[in-house]
Design a protein around this ligand. Structure first.
Ligand SMILES: CSCCC(=O)C(=O)COP(=O)(O)O
Ligand SMILES: [Zn+2]
Length: 209
């Protein structure tokens, strides 16, 4: 299959932006021990994504590479082991321009301690940081998928959930972390920060009973 070429300057700009956002996310404590992956759409057929196994606190432009929307590497190196979870979103959602995945303490405890297949966030003013949300009087249901080392199967499961109308802004993977996406890196980071904050709040509230 032939792919439309991406621009080199778009790639360089994406690599700069992803390295900077990765270091920022690491600083928040949401990407420990090389966990997490981040990507940006370059065009219809390509995305820039973190290489596998990189320390996100030390992320540099050279830690970013290009994949096609089938998840295949373009050029040398090994892209994130979870690349197919990014490309599933880009393929399905033409307006999706950025995907961020984190491994926070809150998302891990919440999904390991409570067996539910979703977490609901409701009534929080901070929900207005999410794309398209205008009022605190909003109920956001975040699906929780079981963790798997079969990333292709997990991506297919996410796709089926989206067919059913679930997973509008984000999803969780049990004992693993959070995926969220938006039109651009700024909106995606804002959304991530809101969701991680609200998940931490939710965890505290459940601890308090
Ligand atoms: C050390 S965390 C295990 C892998 C993972 O869940 C992750 O997010 C990082 O994988 P990658 O291949 O993108 O480095
Ligand atoms: Zn992960």
């Amino acid at each position: 299959m032939s792919h439309r070429p991406y621009s080199t300057s778009a790639y360089r700009e994406a690599a700069r932006a992803l390295a900077a956002i990765g270091r920022r996310i690491y600083g928040q404590g949401w990407s420990p021990a090389t966990s997490s992956n981040y990507s940006l759409r370059l065009n219809e057929d390509h995305a820039a994504i973190t290489r596998s196994g990189r320390d996100k606190g030390l992320l540099e432009e050279t830690d970013i590479m290009v994949v096609d929307m089938e998840g295949a590497a373009v050029g040398d190196g090994k892209p994130s082991a979870e690349t197919l979870l990014h490309t599933q979103l880009y393929r399905r959602l033409p307006d999706c321009g950025a995907v961020l995945h984190t491994h926070s303490h809150a998302s891990t405890v919440l999904t390991m301690h409570w067996p539910a297949d979703h977490i609901t966030l409701e009534g929080y003013e901070l929900l207005k940081a999410l794309d398209g949300v205008q009022t605190h009087d909003t109920r956001l249901t975040i699906p929780v998928f079981e963790n798997s080392q079969d990333i292709a199967a997990l991506a297919a499961e996410v796709d089926r959930a989206m067919d059913a109308g679930d997973a509008g802004h984000a999803y969780l993977i049990r004992g693993h972390g959070l995926y969220t996406w938006a039109a651009d890196i700024g909106a995606c980071y804002r959304q991530l920060e809101a969701l991680e904050t609200l998940l931490a709040v939710e965890l505290d509230r459940r601890r308090l009973g």
